[in-house]
Design a protein around this ligand. Structure first.
Ligand code: UDP
Ligand code: GLC
Length: 382
């Protein structure tokens, strides 16, 4: 059995980190160890499942680099090299480096070249101009073509963008995310109803948006749609995990300016997503740049709720291209229209559509199936 060193730069709980938890739990403490470049809640969650972590705290100059930085990212080169040496040392005794985030990929692939260890890159981003500066796309793909034995893409959109950037198609395996349906099976309807009390007046429709607060997740699109949706309340679940505090302030100011602040409820980052999804009448996904996958869309369906999602990237694959729930991205009037139509549709029809979509996602995005495919990729890499 190969010994696997999983590397992730962040320790906040975004979708990539939820995916990492499933994978690390599957490999188990005997086969894997996790290296993080920062401390945060992921460490405790890994400890809970018996997985040990090593914290290789990265210099601020590396953690500060943003996807859109381009040439400015070159200021982080010395810290990248330092981290490569530290990771190469930490990798003694491991057979594979399994890199799960962009910064981990850059450092991990260089450490792979230095030590001759095979690297598997779990690519969870769309390498397109909407997400990354050209230099960053080119650098990471150039490196992947030399250092990543296998690249796991989480969606067709992710795979296509990698190849469009010059990524070697023979290295890629498409393995969609699996979501644990059991977590959404036993939601207590009374708990969900209790959460709703005091938030919106009885009988007022409640729409939920779940995801970290960052400009590309498009929380502003929902807020901008609210003036066209009199009486509708919005619940925004998630927080600015990676420093996007200015955007969060701008969202509050936008809600005030549009006169809808009394109908927007900010819940911050939460651990009770299944119950909160059941609490709302409708889930919306508003990403303005193509979403690489979008776990929250699958989760909403598993929780038994209809979900309107931006018509691009992962959501198209998750819902299916023909889905009536796909909505033009970054278009508040289109979103408002779709919300109105869904809230006004006969409940029996909505429930039947949710049930059909739920059966679809349970089949396509199953955790054991994802893990079997990942095992195969890791075996091919070693
Ligand atoms: N999530 C959470 N608490 C929150 C908001 C989101 O636990 O307050 C979870 C959500 O249930 C999902 C993940 O974070 O599993 C977000 O994954 P997604 O793929 O939708 O987006 P990402 O943040 O990875 O871009
Ligand atoms: C990334 C993507 C998201 C995806 C998640 C899990 O964070 O933004 O779309 O679902 O990774 O792979």
């Amino acid at each position: 059995m190969p010994r696997i060193l999983i590397v992730n730069h962040a320790a906040e709980l975004g979708g990539a980190e939820h995916g990492l938890l499933d994978i690390a739990a599957h490999f188990g403490p005997a086969r894997c160890h996790v290296v993080l470049f920062a401390d945060g809640p992921l460490r405790a969650r890994l400890a809970d499942i018996g997985i040990a972590t090593t914290l290789l705290a990265a210099p601020r100059s590396l953690l500060r680099v943003r996807r859109e930085d381009g040439w400015r990212a070159l200021t982080a080169v010395p810290s990248v090299l330092l981290m490569v040496l530290r990771l190469a040392w930490a990798a003694r005794g491991y057979d594979v480096l399994y890199v799960n985030s962009q910064k981990a990929a850059m450092v991990g692939m260089l450490a792979g070249l230095l030590t001759g260890r095979p690297v598997v890159w779990h690519l969870r981003d769309i390498l397109s101009p909407a997400h990354f500066a050209r230099l960053q796309r080119q650098a990471v793909v150039w490196l992947a073509n030399r250092a990543a034995r296998r690249v796991i893409a989480i969606s067709e959109a992710t795979q296509q963008a990698f190849v469009a950037c010059g990524g070697d198609p023979r290295r890629v395996a498409m393995v969609p995310n699996g979501i644990d349906a059991a977590r959404f099976a036993g939601i207590d309807a009374l708990d969900a109803a209790a959460l709703r009390v005091g938030m919106a007046p009885a009988g007022a429709p409640v729409v939920g948006l779940f995801g970290r607060i960052t400009p590309w997740k498009g929380q502003h699109v929902l807020i901008s749609a609210l003036p066209d949706l009199p009486g509708v309340h919005a619940v925004i679940v998630g927080d600015a995990l990676f420093g996007e505090v200015a955007y969060r302030h701008a969202l509050h100011a936008l809600a005030e300016r549009l006169g809808v602040a009394g109908r927007v409820h900010w819940l911050g980052h939460r651990g009770d997503i299944p119950t909160l999804m059941r609490m709302v009448d409708l889930v919306v996904h508003t990403s303005v740049a193509p979403e690489p996958f979008g776990r929250v869309i699958v989760e909403a369906l598993l929780a038994g709720r209809p979900v309107l999602a931006s018509d691009q990237g992962g959501p198209r694959e998750v819902l299916g291209e023909e889905s009536p729930w796909l909505v033009a991205p970054e278009n508040p009037p289109a979103l408002a229209g779709a919300i109105r139509r869904t809230l006004a549709a006969p409940p029996g029809d909505v429930a039947a559509s949710v049930q059909a979509a739920r059966v679809r996602v349970r089949g396509l995005f199953d955790v054991p199936q994802m893990l079997r495919r990942i095992e195969r990729v890791v075996a091919e890499a070693t």
